[in-house]
Design a binder for this molecule. Structure first.
Ligand code: GLN
Length: 532
């Protein structure tokens, strides 16, 4: 088993996750089996209780784990399927250590960061390696070198390298080489200092991934190599990509990263076949058409909040040789009226969300799409607002609402799931993970999926209230997908509308570059048809 630890230096947001995922793509295309793991040094047990402004999107896995969005990159860039074991936070580490202490597992001892916390971290690395049967584990350490909270993880890695042997482990450090305008130069000092910090802990990186706006000149490469003690060919340039993140594996391959890693780890494998990946990138970079789609959400200023949705739209668009001109609209700005903002779009997508803010604006956007026959895709909360809108406007239940937003509504068309009634803890307590959906024959959903069953990932507490099913159905609101026992509505669609589909689950977690999700693909096709 071989191990790659990915650390980051100088500043956050350098794209460590993307660098790790891209290396995974290249190694997988060389025929190796790759598994990923992310360490997050914060004390939350998982990011599920964090606000998107703090954390970005919460990525949900098949087993219901609420995880860091980097796990989304890993699953999209490779064929790996991850579980809750693949995202470890300090909160989880301390929780297990304290549990063991109370049980008496350390009886007689003082429980300390070294060795008890570091042992716990190392045990997790081995567990992931053993369970996966992969050839290689890529572990990304969140945060930046020098952070106090990251120290136990780095110490655990130092010990791990000693135990596994240097021929089996490498550290790939992602760093920033800034261009200072006044000096007209690329500067290596921040990287030197970041490496010095790593060395203080006892870790010497073998590979440097250098994020830079400009090409690294020979002198800069030489300096980085010398000061950081890595071979010149291990100074890898990672320029800002122009068009799409899917170019990153191609760029890193050009720089020789995958060959270098194979050499360092004594892995004998063929060069990667990048044909399919190149074709996919080419379709994104050279689109034949363009289509304008509105995403109406609460966190549109934050690039990371709807990450998987934007990626799913990209995958679907590429499959149609088209590019999406995204119009990001703050839902609150629509509360006064939508026409001006939505009249130029060929489709409306409403993502998931929690809390009352912006809901009335989303309801107005759903109404605009329904009435004007503009393609609509609703995800989770996007299905709930479409339901509320239909109940209010078509059934005339003017005060219809979700009990999440109005506890005393006379018409709770969306209400708390039965299983949620006694739940008081907020962490990991929603309806989570993959559940089957039974798809009704003769529906648009059936033709899109090409199947009567779908397995999709969930993250919600509220659900369509089946008491309203018949009244809604009479007016053309079809429940096209339910849980296998028929008790929960999972997918709805409107009759007499070119494309109005909304689901209680999150299809955005299952879209892949060369395998767009059917609901996204159908949506983009409908948007293209609408605009022409
Ligand atoms: N807030 C809604 C619920 O809990 C929707 C959740 C979501 O969009 N992920 O049911």
């Amino acid at each position: 088993m071989k191990y790659i630890f990915v650390t980051g230096g100088v500043v956050s947001s350098l794209g460590k996750g993307l660098a790790a995922a891209s290396l995974g793509t290249l190694l997988e295309l060389r025929g190796l089996r790759v598994i990923f793991q992310k360490f997050d040094p914060y004390l939350n047990v998982d990011p599920g209780t964090m606000n998107p402004f703090q954390h970005g999107e919460v990525y949900v896995l098949n087993d219901g784990a609420e995880t860091d969005l980097d796990l989304g990159h890993y699953e999209r860039f490779t064929n790996c399927v991850l579980s809750r074991h693949n995202n470890l936070t300090s909160g989880q580490v301390y929780e297990s250590v304290i549990l063991k202490e109370r049980r008496g597992d350390y009886l007689g001892k003082t429980v300390q960061v070294i060795p008890h916390v570091t042992d716990q971290i190392k045990a997790r690395i081995r567990e992931v390696a053993d369970e996966s049967k992969a050839d290689l584990v890529i572990t990304e350490i969140g945060g930046t070198t020098g952070d106090i909270e990251g120290l136990p993880f780095l110490e655990a890695i130092r010990q791990f390298i000693l135990e596994a042997g240097p021929e089996n482990v490498i550290n790939m450090h992602v760093t920033l080489v800034p261009f200072i305008k006044a000096a007209g130069e690329l500067k290596t000092k921040p990287t030197q200092q970041s490496i010095a910090k790593l060395r203080e802990i006892g870790i010497q990186p073998q590979v440097l991934i250098c994020r830079t706006e400009l090409p690294l000149d020979a002198e800069t490469r030489q300096k980085l190599s010398m000061f950081c003690s890595v071979s010149p060919k291990a100074v890898i340039e990672a320029r800002d990509v122009r068009d799409t993140i899917y170019e990153v594996p191609l760029m890193l391959h050009e720089e020789g990263l995958d060959q270098l890693v194979c050499d360092l780890l004594h892995l004998d494998c063929p060069t990667p076949d990048l044909t399919q990946w190149r074709k996919f990138v080419d379709r994104i970079v050279n689109p034949k058409k363009q289509v304008k789609i509105a995403v109406v959400g609460k966190y549109i200023d934050l690039q990371d909040a709807y990450k998987s949705i934007y990626e799913s739209l990209t995958h679907a668009a590429a499959s149609q040789d088209c590019r999406i001109d995204l119009k990001l609209i703050d839902a609150e700005a629509l509360e006064g009226g939508v026409d001006g903002q939505l009249k130029d779009v060929a489709g409306v997508l409403i993502p998931g969300g929690f809390g009352e803010r912006g809901v009335e604006g989303k309801i107005k956007a759903a109404r605009f799409a329904r009435v004007n026959k503009v393609p609509y895709l609703g995800l989770c909360l996007g299905m709930q607002v479409a339901t509320i809108e239909f109940a209010r406007d078509v059934l005339g239940l003017e005060q219809a609402n979700s009990t999440e937003f109005d506890k005393s509504t006379p018409d709770p068309v969306i209400s708390l799931l039965e299983e949620q009634r006694g739940v008081t803890n907020k962490g990991a307590s929603m309806r989570l993970g993959t559940w089957p959906t039974k798809i009704a024959p003769g529906t648009k959903a059936e033709s899109l999926y090409g199947s009567n069953e779908a397995l999709e990932r969930h993250r919600h507490r509220y659900e369509f209230n089946m008491k309203y099913r018949d009244q809604m159905k009479e007016k053309g609101f079809t429940i096209s997908g339910t849980s296998p026992d028929g008790a929960l509505a999972e997918l709805i669609e409107l009759k007499d509308h070119p494309y109005f589909l909304a689901c209680q689950y999150h299809p955005e977690f299952q879209s892949r570059p060369n395998k767009p999700h059917p609901l996204f693909k159908g949506f983009v096709q409908a948007c293209l048809a609408h605009q022409s």
